[in-house]
Write a protein that binds this ligand. Structure first.
Ligand SMILES: *Cc1c(COP(=O)(O)O)cnc(C)c1O
Length: 356
């Protein structure tokens, strides 16, 4: 158990109105959680204080060598007014896997969960209630030792900030256009692709910009070695429905193991679908798109939950999927998972954790 010191702000901010459109992750609540790490002392001084700028050394290691990790999860208000989290244990387990890969000290799972619950409780009134909206939770760790030598930092800060977010797609679920990247790669096996860390995103920006300029909203990454096998999309995992089966690339070390990915697999299996986690080549998808067996394509991630893909650009060819319409399984998955998250659908899987 952490002994969290809570000091509330004397200047609470104005909260966004129910119908105000908020750009994803641009508004932050009144408070944040902070805990420091010092070699020899461990994680110390857990506290909740006013959301404000940090004071850290310009020599802090994170600025030079990128020793950092982050997580992304959401808190929801159910119709009965309960505050709930969705599978926080999964995020926490992944956070500590990222920590181990990046030589960042781990945080005991129960302390991590306590910190998330405490900060959400303090800023509970910031959870938007409109359909599709939630309070986005961003825990992260940065290396703060002021030094330029290359080794794991001896000092860190673990911080949790909160951001009210509206429905990811304002006009409901809209199929997105995806660019299959066959030149640049995001991650390689043996690298840091399966850790949730800034470096993977830095590596992705160039292609992302190129895709945007060409009118595509996201990049679909191929494997870093052969540029043949499909990995994932931007900040989402990817699913295909081919001949009635649900197919997704297996976790191979360079793909981020998404909590939503795991939930999609569980839900699809409970509906009786065959779910295949295996290598999926771009060639296979190309052929399936041509012969009509590619029925649906969708991304999965905490931010959008389910994101139907309407267009795929692969080399010089552009394919339309399901006539650029939302597929039946995509829609049903979106309704079911968001339904569980907001208490409208029975939580058969025991995924909901109440914050009280
Ligand atoms: C966070 C993330 C995902 C999705 O994970 P969820 O736990 O479902 O939100 C997928 N790919 C990358 C690269 C990510 O960073």
């Amino acid at each position: 158990m952490l002994d969290i010191k809570i000091e509330k702000t004397k200047n609470p901010k104005k909260k966004p109105g129910e119908n105000e459109e908020i750009e994803f992750g641009t508004i932050f609540t009144d408070h944040m959680f902070i805990m420091d790490y010092e070699k020899g002392k461990g994680w110390i001084n857990p506290r909740i204080e006013e959301y404000k700028d940090l004071v850290i050394s310009p020599a802090a290691m994170v600025f030079h060598y990128g020793q950092t990790m982050f997580e992304g999860m959401k808190a929801y208000k159910t119709d009965e007014g309960k505050t709930v989290l969705f599978r926080p244990d999964k995020n926490i387990e992944r956070a500590n896997n990222s920590n181990r890969r990046l030589c960042i000290p781990t945080i005991p799972n129960e302390d991590f969960l306590q910190a998330v619950k405490e900060i959400v409780k303090v800023d509970e009134d910031w959870i938007p209630r409109k359909k599709g909206s939630a309070l986005y939770i961003r825990p992260y760790i940065i290396a703060t030792e002021p030094a330029l030598h290359v080794n794991p930092s001896s000092q860190y800060k673990f911080i949790i900030i909160l951001s009210p977010v509206g429905a990811y797609y304002k006009e409901g679920l809209n199929p997105v256009k995806i660019w299959v990247e066959d030149e640049y790669v995001r991650a390689v096996r043996g690298g840091i692709g399966e850790a949730k860390t800034g470096g993977n995103y830095a590596a992705s920006l160039y292609s992302q910009e190129k895709a945007h300029e060409a009118g595509y909203s996201q990049v679909l990454w191929l494997d870093g070695i052969e540029h043949k096998y499909i990995e994932e999309v931007g900040a989402m995992n990817i699913f295909f429905k081919i001949n009635g089966k649900v197919v997704t690339p297996m976790l191979n070390g360079s793909i981020l193991p998404g909590v939503t990915r795991n939930s999609v697999i569980e839900v699809c299996k409970s509906w009786g679908y065959t779910v295949e986690e295996r290598r999926v080549s771009a060639e296979e998808i190309y052929k399936a798109a041509k012969d009509g067996s590619l029925e649906e394509v969708f991304g999965s991630g905490t931010a959008a939950v389910i994101s139907p893909v309407g267009t795929l650009k692969f080399e010089d060819e552009v394919f339309e999927i399901n006539n650029n319409q939302i597929g039946e399984v995509s829609q049903k998955l979106y309704d079911t998972i968001t339904g569980i998250q907001t208490g409208k659908v029975e939580d058969k899987f025991n995924w909901i954790v109440e914050v009280k």
